[in-house]
Design a protein around this ligand. Structure first.
Ligand code: F6R
Length: 610
């Protein structure tokens, strides 16, 4: 949520900043802006809209500067217009900042500053911080002290970059709650909200910790606590390449990521499926094996799509390992004083590893003494670092705002976890082998679904003008229904609801008429007959049935207006396959309606505010 980047070195900085903002744009795209130091003065350009609009402003300027900061915004305080766009400055326009996060006490600080005669141009919380830093600088005449003092007065979260013409040789960076990565190359540094904007220049990075500040000049950097104690930085090597950040011939990142799923699933499985032994090896959990043996209850916490995968995880773990599981929205968990026992294990699931609510839930569970683990995609992210141990899903960078490959990889990891836990309890080696063998077949089965994309596209074309959709499934397929509905609404803006199929008759059935497409995930499992009855109930009210069904199921032909087959697999593995046609259908409907697939309105990839 909001992307920030700063550069100091010997390159022409406006190009570096614009390229960086393009990489970060998936984090927010309401407005973009930059500040560079040109001939000793702060030069600021900012514009509502996408980075492209900012780039147009710059095109005819001949800048020589090699130091600057920039921002792409997901609006929180104040509408997305030119004035509210970052950077913001102090009242003398000598100090500029870009900020990701929220200054919670901005209003009271603003009132105090206004009482002293300071004035404001924007409605943002960030400008209050800029003016506060400026006010303190007037007294102490030292930028670092001014930044540290101001930050000790604010509450909330920040990933912050500061540039000033008072001290033109440095960028100051600070972090609390919002991520910051410092890229280190020869005589140049790039500081950014995430590594995607850095990898082009270097793979050597330092992840700033919470409440850490970095003072970065042309040839060195120092990191400190907010209390001025120097800290030791560990340099990490990024496991990322530029190709992973390009569309590689696909029209959209979302489509590329859907098509990557056979490979990303294989990456999630690599080295972890011990077929001969009938078990699973999850190296990242080695240190907590004993805790798993004695665990009384698992709590899975997450947001959005990751929360849907947690629901599948609940079914899997209770089924295979017979351990009670609770699934919690991270945003609720953190505020409701949850009861947590010392022998509980809390698992946070997050693609980005930066979701503010999930991170706060992790901290809440840690404070209450639980063992806290992560199932995370982004290596080195805040959640990955805040948890006691964890499992990376290895899906690679997910750039499309709608999560696709991360979801299926999360399901793969949760299945492996459930098998591992089952083997610690009553799951036999024979039964486990059967599941593991089938798990290994899933990537090839998923490929077969992708080969059917044209058929799904035709269905999307036929129904794209509908105003509402219902998605229904039972058992393992209920979370898939939720995920299908979420995919559709976020990228096409069509209203869609996911429901357990049997719940339909308790209310949503009132919505059904000849204009309502109802997507049933109706694969053959032990409750197949029941779902056929639910389909009948919809047909009786003239609803249009789109069924996701098991290949070679002839019966379903009598029930569905449209049919999408998926290969046969174990019911517990069905969600990994059944979600794929729903991803494709949402994608093609969005394209058909002319929506911005990769950057849907009002959304951002990494939700780092509450
Ligand atoms: C939906 C989507 C969001 C995220 C949610 C959590 O397509 O992407 O619902 O799943 O914001 O994000 P992570 O998994 O990064 O914690």
């Amino acid at each position: 949520m909001c992307g920030i980047i700063g550069y100091i070195g010997n390159r022409q900085v406006s190009n570096v900043l614009i390229n960086g903002l393009k990489r970060l744009e998936y984090r927010g795209y309401d407005s973009a802006g930059l500040c560079i130091l040109e001939n000793g003065n702060l030069e600021i350009l900012k514009k509502a809209g996408k980075v492209y609009e900012l780039e147009k402003l710059i095109n005819h300027q001949q800048y020589t500067s090699t130091i600057g900061i920039a921002h792409t915004r997901w609006a929180t305080h104040g509408e997305p217009n030119d004035i509210n766009a970052h950077p913001h400055t102090d009242c003398n326009s000598k100090i500029a900042i870009v900020h990701n996060g929220i200054i919670e006490n901005y209003f009271s600080i603003k009132k105090q500053l206004q009482a002293k005669g300071f004035t404001f141009k924007s409605e943002t919380d960030t400008e209050v911080l800029a003016v506060l830093i400026g006010a303190i600088y007037e007294k102490c005449q030292n930028l670092e002290i001014a930044v540290r003092t101001a930050l000790s007065e604010v509450t909330g979260t920040f990933g912050l970059l500061v540039l000033s013409s008072y001290e033109p040789d440095k960028i100051i960076a600070a972090r609390r709650g919002s991520p910051l990565v410092l890229g280190i190359s020869k005589n140049e540094f790039i500081i950014s909200s995430d590594a995607t904007a850095i990898i082009q220049y270097t793979s050597q990075v330092v992840y700033l910790s919470d409440n850490e500040i970095a003072i970065v000049t042309n040839n060195q950097f120092t990191t400190k606590t907010m209390n001025n104690q120097e800290t030791k930085s560990i340099i990490h090597k990024l496991d990322l390449n530029l190709e992973q950040l390009e569309k590689n011939g696909f029209e959209h990142f979302m489509l590329k990521e859907i098509y990557e799923q056979p490979n990303t699933l294989n990456d999630a499985f690599r080295g972890r499926l011990l077929v001969d032994e009938g078990t699973i090896k999850l190296g990242g959990l080695r240190s907590v094996y004993d805790k798993f043996r004695n665990v009384r209850r698992l709590i899975l916490t997450a947001c959005g799509t990751s929360w849907h995968s947690a629901l599948v995880g609940e079914y899997l773990i209770e089924h295979l390992a017979q351990i009670p599981v609770e699934v919690e929205y991270a945003s609720e968990f953190r505020y409701r004083n949850p009861i947590i026992y010392p022998d509980d294990i809390v698992i946070a699931i997050s693609q980005s590893g930066e979701t503010a609510d999930t991170l706060a839930a992790v901290n809440e569970a840690k404070n209450k003494g639980a063992t806290v683990l992560g199932i995370v995609n982004v290596v080195g992210s805040s959640i990955a670092r805040a948890t006691d141990a964890g499992i990376y899903i290895h899906a690679g960078p997910e750039i499309g705002v709608a999560s696709t490959k991360a979801f299926t990889s999360q399901l793969a990891v949760l299945t492996m976890l459930a098998i591992m836990l089952g083997r610690m309890r009553n799951l036999s080696a024979i039964e486990a082998k059967k599941i593991i063998n089938e798990l290994a077949n899933i990537p090839d089965k998923l490929k077969k679904i992708l080969e059917n994309a044209e058929h799904i596209k035709a269905i999307a074309k036929k129904y794209c003008k509908s105003s509402n959709f219902l998605y229904l499934g039972r058992g393992y397929n209920f979370p898939v229904a939720l995920e299908g509905a979420l995919k559709l609404k976020e990228i096409s803006y069509i209203h869609a609801e996911g429901y357990p199929a049997a719940e339909m008759k308790h209310g949503p059935i009132a919505l059904i008429d000849e204009n309502m497409p109802v997507v049933f995930i109706a694969t053959q499992d032990e409750i197949y007959e029941k779902i056929l009855s639910n389909i009948e109930e919809v047909r009786a009210r003239k609803g249009k049935v789109i069924a996701i069904a098991t290949e070679e199921d002839e019966v379903i032909k009598n029930y569905a207006n449209e049919l999408i087959y998926i290969p046969k697999t174990l019911p517990m593995l069905t969600p990994i396959l059944a979600v794929v046609p729903l991803q494709l259908m949402a994608y093609y409907i969005s394209v058909e309606l002319g929506c911005n697939v990769d950057q849907p309105r009002n959304l951002a990839k990494s939700v780092t505010v509450e």
